[in-house]
Write a protein of this length. Structure first.
Length: 78
């Protein structure tokens, strides 16, 4: 599942989401579905692993890995 950044056209909020191919994203602040996908900034060298793990922990808190077993989740979050 890729991580995408979006900007809501209704409230101008910017946010990241893990998106499955069948998922239609909505703004977490106002619930609007009219979103622009924006280009993500490149991570500085040496910070990519920390950023990736931070994003995975955030996705886990939001329940995006709930379909995985605890062993599979622990591998992803190491």
């Amino acid at each position: 599942m890729p991580m995408y950044e979006y900007r809501c056209k209704a409230c101008e909020a910017e946010f990241e989401l893990l998106v499955r191919s069948s998922t239609v994203p909505a703004c977490p602040q106002c619930g609007a579905g009219d979103l622009d996908r924006i280009v993500s900034r490149l991570a500085p060298a040496g910070k990519i692993e920390a950023i990736r793990m931070s994003n995975r922990r955030m996705a886990d808190r939001q329940g995006h890995f709930s379909h995985l077993s605890s062993a599979e989740r622990s591998k992803l979050l190491k």
